[in-house]
Structures are given as C-alpha cells and as structure tokens.
Design a protein. Sequence first.
Length: 536
Amino acid sequence: MIRQPLDHKTVFGLVDEMAHIRPRARAFSGADGALTYQTLAAASFSAARWLHARGVRQGDRVALLLAGVDRDYLAFAIGAMRLGAIAVCANARYKAAELGYLMTKAQPVILIASQRYRSLIEETGHACECPVVLLGDRTLEWDGAMAASDAIHQAQSLVDPHAPARIIFTSGTTANPKGCIHSQAAMLHQGRAVAARLELTDRDRFWTPLPMFHTAGWSTMLAAFSRGASMHHPGVFDAGTALDQLHSQRCTVAFPGFETIWLPILDQAATTGADLGSLRVVIIVGVPERLEAMQRRLPNAIQVANTGSTEACGWLAIGSPHDSQDSRLASCGKPLEGMEIRLVDPETGSDVHGETSGELLFRGPCRLSGYFDDPEGTAAAIDADGWFHSGDLVRQTASAELVFVSRLKDMLKVGGENVAAAEIEGHLLKLPGVRIAQVVSAPDDHYGEVPAAFIELEKRGVRLQADEVIGHCLGKIATFKVPRYVRFVSEWPMSGTKIKKAELRQMIADELRQSGVRSAPRLRPPTRPDQRGAGD
C-alpha cells in the first residue's frame, strides 16, 4: 500500500510512475467513464503527440474550454505539460467578452473546446485568432497527424519543473482578471502536502465536483495521484448525479468546497436514503454555525475546513482529521507543509502578534510564480522577500490555526467564485444613463454573498428600472457576476473623495434583514433574442 506521497518533479512523471507501479488501478472516474493509470498515461502521451504534430512546443500556451472534468481535460492538460507547454484553463462559465479577453491576453497557439461552445467562440470574433479544435464524442481515438514518440520523449527530457505549466485566470480588484502562473513543481508540492494532511492512501477515492478551470479540481487530482488513489468527478454538477457517484463508488474523501453544493446532496441523501457511510473526511468552508449543522447531518465523517486562493495554487491551510471538533468548526486549520505565513497590520506593514487580525502574507513552494504578462501586478502583489500580499484579513489562534475574518480587497465570493466589483461596475457604466455604479456584497443564505449594485443616474430626467439593469448584464457577463439587487441613489456616503463601500454593504444588509430576505431572487432570462439562454 502506498502511504507516502510519491516524489516526482513533473505532473506527467507522477502519472507515468503510477502507470508503472499500479497500471490497472483506477486513476479517474468521471461522467464519461473511468481511466486507469495506464490508460491515463497513454492518453496524455497521445495528446502530446497530437499537439506536437500541430506545432505546439515548449512555452506555448494551449487553451482548454471544456465543460466539467473528463478524460479529454486530463489528457490534453497533462499532454501539454509533457511538451513543456502551458495549459490555459478557461472558465466554462465565461461569456463572449470574458473569453475574448482571455484569448487576447493569453495568445494561445490552439484552443481546444467542447462542441457546446461553438457559438460562444464565434461571438468572440477576432479574439480567437488561433486554430480552434472542437471535440467530438470520440476524441481519444486521436484522428489526424501524430508526432513520433521519440519527439515526445525528447520534449519531456527538456521540461523544467519550475517553468510555467498552468495559467488560471482569477478576478482581482481591477476590472480584468489576472492569469496566475503555476509550475508543475508547485502543483506537485500542493498535492503531496494535502495528501499528507489528509493521510491519504492508495485505497482512498477522492471526490470533488469542482472544476479544473479553478485550482480545486487540480489539487484534488494531484493529492489523490501522489498516493496512487483515485479522483472521482461527476462532470457538470447535478446533486442527484453527484450523490449517486458518492454512493455507488464508495468515495472516502469529499471536497464539495461550498455549502451551496453540499447541502443539496445531503438533502437528497436524506430523501432517498442513499448511504454515504464510506466517507471518512469532508472538506468544506462556511461559518461555524453552518459547519456545525452540516457535521450533525453526517456525523460519521470528519468535517474539516480550509482556506486558500488561486495564488496559493489552491489550498493554503486545511484542518486535520485529528483536530478537535471545536477547532475544526472555528478555524481553517494550519498552513500546509512548506508554506510560510505572516500577519501584518494593513496600514503599517508591521507584524501583528497574539490573536490580533492582520493581512495574510504567504510564501513557499505553492505560491504562484507571478501574473501572466503583468509585471506591474506581480510586483504589487509579491514583495522583494517573496511574500504574496493576499488582501485577506486573518487571525491566528494560539495553536497556529488560521481564522478567516474578512477581505480587505474590493472582492466578492459568490458561491465560491471570486468576483471583482470593478469588473461589474465597468459593465454597468456601459448602460446609457448610468453616471456612477458601485457594487458591494449582499448576504445570501444560498451563495454566501451576491452582488448588489448602487447606481446614480445621469441628470436630465433619465429613468431606469432595476430589471433593465439586470437585463443589461444577463447574457453579457457570467451569471454569478450579475447584480441580484439594484438600488438607485442620489447621494453617496463619502470619506473625503472616496465612496464608503462599507456603509453601502451595511445599508443593503440592514434592508434585507429588516425585510426578512435571506436569499436573492432567481435571475430570469431576458426576452431579447441576443440574450437567450441567460439565467441562473
């Protein structure tokens, strides 16, 4: 039994070693079938031959726009890394403008996408100037030209484990998302550290519904692979399908991530009587009261909290199954092995001590290499000593566990998706009649928080309704960015020359509380033909 993480320098090297040690063991189980380590190694090698035959070389960027996590995603992503190329993981929820920005910024040499995104890609126009390959149902038969195997072996021998290998775009406080660069070495260290914290073995079956256009899917996969365990993914999320997979495949570790995913599964399990008794650990985030309620609903599985970011390559801290329940409910656990943290006063930059809250800084082997094609953004976020300034306000307990307090940055987290207020504000300002737009978070029982827009209209008798504002957003930006509440104002709470967003947040929170509103209304698709298909 493999109990210690396998120490490899590259992601593909880990897969190849597992294919040698446990060739028939299951590596991945998804909506479109399963892959053994042997078939995954072969599929990713074939993908590398296919990509090489189409001109992909070391340092090139390969964009992936694929729904869910499936055999194709793993084959192409790992195949690109065999060549020393960089997998650019496009968010499958993007609309045309957002995808167009990513394509213009990343300049990939090829875009590999699911057939379902054909019209979306066409909408981006000149932004998709590279060759586009739309995958059919039988992709892994590898139609077309293939490079010689010797060319792939040669390319693999030249791969630098610390070179860029993956770019994931994440919203920052500016209007445009930033591309976080991670090396294969960083991803592998994350996987090994997580496997150690959760005490994974090759008998574990690690489940997550979270995507690989975020770090969550990758971190789950590499933690499992580092111990020869298997990764299980339901594809595009559906609570019933997810529950069936958890039950039928006897998954032992689950990373639903967010209560908006986990609670519907628990509800279905209670209704159907599905057995989740094989689960020993569940990794999730939430306020202590909700964590305690979820733990009561599945008492035989140890529930641990966590915190992290794309810049941390995924997880930064996770609770241990050996922690007390009080600790697991109240904290996010200790930093992963090898990761250093500091808490500093946001104003002075001086270290804070005791359990005083401070801005979280971190560095170590899992930290991003930098932001793609953004030296100024990289220099602003990573100081001369290598510390990444997260913009999160955190405190540390006497036993060194992290407790998340709030965000210092002008950010929202909607159902697990990072959202920059400035990005939404920029879109709202395109609407005729809008003079000033300010977006803040509103509390929400389902999503944690949702966008709320405060708008000052141009003078001269401009009239605008809330549903017109929402309709302007639907179909143009991802639904998790669309404001669920719109309020019109003529005066702003000010601090000198700055609008006090904290007061706007309090205003909407007070209003919703007094009205008894706990969850935002569902978004309704607009009736204009060019906006069909939008909505929750």
